[in-house]
Design a protein around this ligand. Structure first.
Ligand code: HEC
Length: 200
């Protein structure tokens, strides 16, 4: 018969301190927790979209989402319509037919449909003098630089919208064309119809 294994053999030296002392939290566990937290932070930053409600799987961030948006080719006519409604429609009417005593029409206007170099100058600098639009004179009116504070993109969008609405059909205006006029003309007051008509 053999003795139970747990029993120390009689006469064997007893360890001086037989209780096992481990620290409450091993240091490697603390380090591991920090590493996991750190990785979690990075993972959250890259994948969460920061709680934006527009971002959900499989998309991970706004940049990710932008890759899949339909590309805008050409002018932003929707934006143009909004800005038109906010500013130009006050005097030129939302349907571009003009308002008596306030603003001449855009439908069939040779300024709207004609050379962009002429058209861009009007909202950037204003117009002063009897203007002839679609065969009718509009005397005693003047327009300030109603589009001067718009960004070139927004102004290009408005003018493109005007050139392609209410039956008007003309090439869109680009922000680069607006920039070029700003650079070429610099600062000055309103143009007269004669000055505009002399532009080649
Ligand atoms: C406060 C009223 C007012 C606002 C707002 C206004 N206009 Fe005018 N606009 C006029 C008047 C008045 C004339 C005619 C000026 C003249 O006879 O000298 C005119 C003339 C024009 C013309 C040339 C004539 C024509 O009918 O084609 C264009 C182009 C034009 N405006 C564009 C714009 C654009 C673009 C905006 C918005 C960014 C705008 N206007 C906002 C009053 C306004």
């Amino acid at each position: 018969m053999s003795a139970p294994a747990a029993q120390p053999a009689p006469g064997a030296p007893v360890p001086a301190d037989s209780t096992v002392r481990t620290p409450l939290l091993p240091i490697w566990l603390v380090v591991l927790m920090f590493l996991i937290l750190y990785w979690g932070g990075i993972y959250f930053d890259e994948n969460s979209g920061w709680f934006d409600s527009k971002i959900y799987g499989p998309y991970r961030s706004t940049e990710d989402l932008a890759l899949y948006q339909p590309r805008h080719e050409g002018p932003d006519l929707g934006r143009g319509q909004v800005v038109f409604g906010q500013i130009c429609a006050l005097c030129h009417n939302p349907d571009g037919t003009g308002k008596p005593g306030q603003g001449p029409p855009f439908v069939g206007s040779e300024y709207v449909l004609g050379d962009p170099k002429r058209l861009i100058r009007i909202p950037l600098y204003g117009l002063n003098g009897t203007v002839q639009v679609a065969g009718k004179p509009y005397a005693g009116l003047s327009m300030g630089a109603m589009g001067a504070t718009l960004s070139s993109e927004d102004l290009a969008a408005v003018l493109s919208y005007m050139r392609q609405s209410w039956g008007n059909k003309a090439e869109p205006v680009t922000a680069a064309q607006v920039d070029a006029i700003r650079k070429e003309v610099g600062t000055r007051g309103a143009f007269t119809p004669d000055e505009l008509n002399a532009i080649k």
